[in-house]
Design a protein around this ligand. Structure first.
Ligand code: C2E
Ligand code: MG
Ligand code: MG
Ligand code: MG
Length: 280
């Protein structure tokens, strides 16, 4: 356990910090047990084409069914797994489960769909990542072109390392997208040389788009940047009709958000999908 960066905070809250340190250790041992006992599940959220209204894919989002604390969102445990390295086995579990599910949906007669999976920094830098992913694809029978790996701008800050990893990933045939785009500091020069396929516009720009003119401008700027670089673009966190209208006006091709569906369990997604295609 390491002390907080802010020394004053550490000194003035020492008893509470001990409590925090204890919670952290507890959570860590729960995580190990959770991995052994497969207490994790994936929720799926659709990505929708704004021109045709069709579902182009889903994003897999991990949840933890904690035996005492209930269903925990990723924000409550992913950061700790990134610190202690458990993100590597957890991330591998997520990839395998997502690929298995995609294959199962195709076998059940759903049209082919993209499956997006988030990668963390540590996973991105993991030794032989591309080989590991390739063997998961082979084991699950999932066609590589349907797997989309989401990275963040911060993972591209060392552009030589990132280029190498991204080329290896592209070589196995998967798609790459940049998540939460616009919140980091990626250089446009790098963006041009990286083999990425898609930009996902961060939810914060979409949320304020209808109130704040500069956020609306961000959307059109990212959309035209994507078009010039020949990349696809998805808006995240879409909740209202007004946002949909503005996104269409700004030529944004794809969207994801509570407007269409919250992230839901696999069986619910399947019935949601079937119902939607019947009524469309
Ligand atoms: P993300 O990849 O940007 O995922 C989108 C997040 O926004 C999800 O939160 C989703 O529930 C939420 N969201 C989607 N549409 C809306 C909307 O219309 N309104 C609002 N308010 N929120 C919306 P979630 O599931 O809590 O995940 C949070 C973050 O945790 C993800 O952000 C991702 O960075 C990370 N994460 C999730 N699953 C994994 C995983 O398997 N591995 C790793 N490394 N990170 C993961
Ligand atoms: Mg994501
Ligand atoms: Mg993210
Ligand atoms: Mg995001």
């Amino acid at each position: 356990y390491h002390a907080k960066k802010n020394r004053n905070e550490y000194q003035s809250y020492k008893p509470e910090m001990n409590h925090e340190a204890y919670d952290r250790l507890r959570l860590e041992s729960d995580l190990r047990q959770g991995l052994e006992q497969e207490q994790f599940t994936l929720a799926y959220q659709p990505l929708v084409n704004l021109c045709t209204g069709s579902i182009v894919g889903v994003e897999a989002l991990v949840r933890w069914q904690h035996p005492q604390r209930g269903l925990l969102p990723p924000g409550e445990f992913i950061p700790l797994t990134e610190d202690n390295g458990l993100i590597l086995p957890l991330g591998e579990w997520v990839l395998r489960a997502a690929c298995q599910q995609n294959k199962a949906w195709q076998d059940a007669g759903l049209p082919p769909m993209m499956m997006s999976v988030n990668l963390s920094m540590r996973q991105f830098r993991q030794h032989r990542l591309a080989e590991r992913i390739e063997s998961i694809l082979e084991q699950t029978g999932m066609p590589p072109q349907y797997l989309e790996l989401e990275i963040t701008e911060s993972m591209t800050s060392d552009s030589d390392i990132a280029s190498g990893i991204l080329s290896e990933l592209k070589a196995i045939g998967v798609q790459i997208s940049i998540d939460d785009f616009g919140t980091g500091y990626s250089s446009l020069g790098n963006l041009k040389k990286f083999p990425v396929d898609k930009l996902k516009i961060d939810r914060s720009f979409v949320t304020d788009m209808t109130k704040d003119g500069s956020d609306a401008a961000m959307i059109t700027t990212i959309t035209s940047l994507a078009r010039h670089l020949n990349l696809k673009v998805t808006a995240e966190g879409v909740e209202t009709d007004e946002q949909i209208r503005l996104l269409r006006e700004g030529n944004c091709e794809e969207a994801q958000g509570f407007y269409f569906s919250k992230p839901i369990p696999a069986n619910m997604f399947e019935s949601w999908y079937r119902h939607r295609s019947q009524t469309a």
